[in-house]
Design a protein around this ligand. Structure first.
Ligand code: TRH
Length: 371
C-alpha cells in the first residue's frame, strides 16, 4: 500500500566509504527501499564512484549528493528543508553544517530522529545495544539524542535489508536465461560465485576443483577476487580460464540487481563483508562468508557467533575457519552430500529470517516511535 503524503519522511543518509564497497552497497540498498516506500532520500556520500556500476540508472526518489562539495552542503542548508531523519551509517560524522540545520528544526519538526546505523553482527551485544539512546554532549547537535540501530539476525535486533517480494522473485528466477544474457556458456557444471578478499585457502581449493571428477565453473567477480584468482593460478601454474575439471569466467562489475542474480544462479556462493553476505542469505543456496579482517582478530568472534546462529554443520564450520585463515586444515571442496547439508542450513536460516521484519520496515517504525 502506498504511503499517505502526511506520513512521507525526508531522510538524509550519510555514508563514508572506508574501503571496498560494503558501506556504499548497504546505504544504496537502504536508500532505494525507503524511496520505494514513498519517502524522499538524500544519500550523502564522500566517494560515490562505484555507483557508476553498482547503480548506473540511479533510482527514483533517491538524490545522491557529493559530501565533499561545500556548495551542495551550503545549498542544502540555505534552500532545502531539514530532513525528518538523519542517519549516519557506521559511525561516520555527518557534515556539521547539516547537523546544525537539523538541530535548529528539532523543536518544530513533525518527525525528528537521529539514527546511528551500525555494522552487522550476530554477537550477543547487538541485542543489548540495539535501540539504545546516545545523548550528544558536544558539537552542533549538542543536547540531542542519537539512537543506535543495529542490524541483526534475531527478533530483538534491527533485522536485515530485504525488499518486499525478494524471495518470491528469487524463486521465480531463470538462471539459464540469466547466464546466457551474461554471455556465460553454461553446460550444466556446478556453478560457484567468488567474491572474496585474499583467502589463503583459495589456491588449494582451486587445485581440488581442477582434480575433481565433476566439472565446476567459477564465476569470479571484478576487483580483489579477480586479482586473488590470478595470483592463485600463477602459483598453481594454471592458465587463466582454468584446467582439468575447473573452468573460470571473469565478470565485469555488475549493477547490484545483477549481483543478486549472480548469487541466485550459483550452487555455492563465496561472499564477503556485509552486504553480499546478507544477499547470500536471501539467495537460499549454500554459501561461505569471508569476514572483513579486523586488527584485533575480532572477526573470529564475529564469524563464530554467526556460525552458531546458523547452527552450521561441522563441515561448514571447518570450511569457514580455513577460508578465513584461522585453521591450518584445508578448505575441503564440498561433495554433493556435504553441499546438501550446507544448503539445508542456509534454507533453515533464511526461513527464520523471513519470519522477522526487514531492516527498512523496522527502521521506519523505530523512527516513528522515537520522534
Ligand atoms: O566490498 P565489501 O568487502 O565491503 C565491506 C567493506 O570492506 C567495508 O569497509 C566493511 O565495513 C564492510 O565490508 C563490512 O563487501 P560487501 O559488504 O559485500 O559489499 C560489496 C557491495 O558491492 C555489495 O553491495 C554488492 C556490490 N557489488 C555489486 O553491486 N556488483 C559487483 O559486481 C560486485 C563485485 C559487488
Amino acid at each position: 500500500m502506498p504511503t499517505p503524503d502526511t506520513d512521507r519522511l525526508r531522510w538524509d543518509l550519510f555514508c563514508r566509504v572506508i574501503d571496498n564497497h560494503g558501506d556504499l552497497g548497504v546505504c544504496w540498498r537502504l536508500a532505494r527501499q525507503l524511496a520505494d516506500g514513498g519517502d524522499a532520500v538524500r544519500l550523502w556520500i564522500d566517494d560515490g564512484r562505484a555507483l557508476a556500476w553498482m547503480a548506473p540508472a540511479g533510482h527514483a526518489g533517491v538524490t545522491v549528493i557529493d559530501w565533499g562539495d561545500a556548495g551542495a552542503v551550503q545549498r542544502a542548508v540555505a534552500e532545502a528543508p531539514a530532513p525528518d531523519v538523519l542517519v549516519e551509517a557506521f559511525g561516520c560524522d555527518p557534515a556539521p553544517e547539516l547537523v546544525a540545520h537539523f538541530a535548529r528544526h528539532a523543536g518544530t519538526a513533525r518527525r525528528h530522529a537521529w539514527i546511528n546505523l551500525e555494522y552487522l553482527s550476530a554477537e550477543p551485544y547487538v541485542e543489548r545495544l540495539h535501540g539504545l539512546p546516545s545523548p550528544v554532549f558536544r558539537g552542533p547537535g549538542e543536547g540531542m539524542t542519537k539512537w543506535f540501530f543495529y542490524p541483526g539476525f534475531t527478533p530483538a535486533t534491527g533485522g536485515l535489508l530485504c525488499e518486499p517480494g525478494l524471495v518470491a522473485q528469487r524463486d521465480a528466477f531463470d538462471r539459464r536465461a540469466w547466464l546466457a544474457g551474461q554471455g556465460i556458456a553454461w553446460r550444466g557444471e556446478s556453478l560457484v560465485s567468488l567474491f572474496c578478499y585474499e583467502p589463503p585457502a583459495l589456491a588449494p581449493l582451486l587445485r581440488q576443483w581442477m582434480d575433481d571428477l565433476e566439472p565446476t565453473r567459477l564465476l569470479v567477480t571484478a576487483g580483489r577476487a579477480n586479482n586473488a584468482v590470478e595470483q592463485a593460478l600463477k602459483m598453481l601454474e594454471a592458465p587463466p580460464d582454468g584446467r582439468g575439471a575447473l573452468s573460470i569466467s571473469y565478470l565485469p562489475h555488475l549493477p547490484q540487481p545483477a549481483f543478486d542474480a549472480l548469487l541466485w544462479s550459483c550452487d555455492l556462493n563465496l561472499v564477503r563483508g556485509e552486504d553480499s553476505f546478507v544477499r547470500a542469505h536471501w539467495a537460499g543456496a549454500p554459501f561461505v562468508w569471508q569476514t572483513y579482517p579486523q586488527d584485533d582478530d575480532a572477526h573470529h568472534v564475529k564469524l563464530n557467533a554467526w556460525l552458531d546462529w546458523l547452527d552450521a554443520p561441522a563441515s561448514l564450520r571447518a570450511f569457514h575457519h580455513a577460508w578465513n585463515g584461522f585453521s591450518d586444515a584445508p578448505a575441503l571442496a564440498p561433495d554433493a552430500a556435504t553441499l546438501a547439508g550446507w544448503c539445508a542450513a542456509a534454507q533453515a536460516g533464511r526461513a527464520r529470517l523471513q519470519a522477522q521484519d526487514d531492516l527498512a520496515t523496522q527502521l521506519r517504525g523505530f523512527v516513528t516511535q522515537k520522534s
